[in-house]
Design a protein around this ligand. Structure first.
Ligand code: GDP
Length: 444
């Protein structure tokens, strides 16, 4: 999970205020010193840190916090607001051409994740907009790049236009665009060559492609794991090509968060997407507010809900919400939920998106064995319909019978019923709009 170190340090810094009833200006300054160190250690750009700390400190000292009865919560709110601002405030959508096709040119250093991201983007457009994208293989220098794009295209069932490696990229793009016109593709996604570092020859070639293709969007892919280096690369590319947006890849492996927090402020260009894994579905729209709460360890409920909705059909999701609200969630729903959640990815990742869970030390090395989930299911399958829909009837003798039926120890049955009840309580709380997670985070 991304940003572990930063989340932990920010929480530690802020939690010191929790123990104080009333805070003084000196307390705020002390917390801000710690926040400053936490950000610098997370490899956030120096100037960005300086401006951030100044703004937060001024807001905090200016009455908002000092006079508050809940100073720690107030600071969390201010830090959350300002983190959101630093990352761009609002999500910025992919540009659209007034008439088809919308042309997206993908640029970035070798290994940043351009080719993979193009595939992910094509799939996203296809799934979410029923679009008919065309991929153009314009990276003729890295020998495997064309084959890689072709394999990706085949996997996601998106056509790839390629003329091999002997023709100049500009010519490939010219012919590719003509091909897209003819086939009436609504998006053209151009893969370009990368280098190990920003160099003049590469930039000239990219400028030529830009000149020819007149893209609606020039997306720069940068590897979040490279921290400030990613920010420097973005600055370099932006100066030469005036990019329109940034894709931060490998956020799943980024424990520090420096690039995510600096790149918008340094380049002035929005982060449009984030890559969070190697699978073709691991590309998400970047929402600054959600990222801010995630950095603060307040979970990422909205992403979680959205992920759930991708897999759920809407009717089922509405039903489930209704049940959560009415508190009539039962063991049949529990099994349904388990099955849906399993589709969303490894359970431990899903759990960590829940507010207050991200940095729960008890979950640090959490690994959920899929076998455990099968055991839970076995227990529910050994219940009668009445027991599933009216869990209150589960007295000790019924529990013993269920244990025998499922082949699981009775302690496990007891534990699972207890967890079910806790989950039910939590759900009813969430469904009433209480996602604050701050209480959890502050340990109240
Ligand atoms: P390119 O040279 O810029 O085209 O980079 P590639 O698309 O070939 O990606 C380089 C490596 O990074 C590949 O192994 C990808 O699977 C991997 N990669 C790309 N995006 C992500 C991501 O968001 N998360 C993770 N974990 N790996 C990624």
């Amino acid at each position: 999970m991304a940003f572990e170190g930063l989340t932990e340090r920010l929480q530690n810094a802020i939690s010191k205020l929790r123990r104080k009833g009333k805070v003084s200006e000196a307390d705020v300054r002390e917390v801000m010193r710690e926040i400053r160190l936490a950000l610098l250690e997370a490899d956030v750009n120096f100037q960005v840190v300086k401006d951030f700390v100044k703004t937060v400190r001024e807001r905090a000292i200016g009455a908002e916090v000092l006079e508050s009865l809940t100073p720690a919560q107030q600071i969390v709110k201010i830090v959350n607001d300002e983190l959101t601002k630093v990352m761009g405030q609002e999500a910025v959508e992919l540009a659209q051409a007034p008439k088809i096709p919308t042309i997206v040119m993908m640029v970035g250093l070798q290994g940043a994740g351009k080719t993979t991201t193009l595939g992910k983007l094509a799939l996203k457009l296809k799934n979410e907009q029923k679009a008919r994208p065309l991929l153009i293989a314009g990276d003729i220098y890295r020998p495997a790049a064309i084959d890689q794009l072709k394999i990706i295209g085949k996997n996601i069932d998106v056509p790839v236009f390629s003329l091999g490696t002997d023709i100049s990229p500009v010519e490939i793009v010219r012919q590719g665009l003509a091909f897209a016109q003819e086939k009436k593709n609504d998006y053209v996604l151009i893969d370009t060559a990368g280098r190990l570092q920003v160099d003049e020859k590469l930039m000239n070639e990219l400028a030529e492609i830009k000149q020819l293709a007149q893209p609606n969007e020039i997306l720069l892919t940068v590897d979040a794991m490279t921290g400030q280096n990613a920010v420097d690369v973005a600055k370099g590319f932006n100066e030469q090509l005036d990019v329109t947006g940034i894709v931060l890849t490998k956020l799943d492996g980024d424990t520090r968060g420096g690039a995510a927090l600096s790149i918008r402020a340094v380049t002035g260009k929005p982060i449009k997407f984030i890559g969070q894994g190697e699978k073709m579905t691991d590309l998400d729209v970047f929402y600054p507010d959600r990222m801010a709460s995630r950095i603060l360890g307040m979970g990422d409920m909205l992403t979680l809900i959205e992920k759930a909705q991708q897999d759920f059909d809407q009717k089922k999701a509405d039903e489930m919400q209704e049940k959560m609200r009415e508190n009539t969630f039962d063991f049949n729903d529990f099994i349904d939920q388990m099955t849906q959640v399993q589709k969303m990815g490894p359970m431990e990742d899903v759990i960590k998106m829940i507010p207050g869970m991200a940095n729960n030390p008890a979950l640090k090395n959490l690994k959920v064995d899929p076998k455990d989930i099968e055991h839970l299911k076995a227990i529910v399958f050994s219940m009668t319909e009445k027991e599933r829909t009216e869990p209150d009837v589960l007295n000790p003798s019924r529990r013993r019978r269920i244990a025998a039926g499922s082949g699981r120890p009775v302690q496990e049955v007891n534990r699972m019923i207890k967890q079910f009840n806790q989950m039910k309580k939590m759900m009813s709380k969430f469904s009433k709009g209480n996602f604050s997670g701050m209480e959890g985070m502050l340990g109240n």
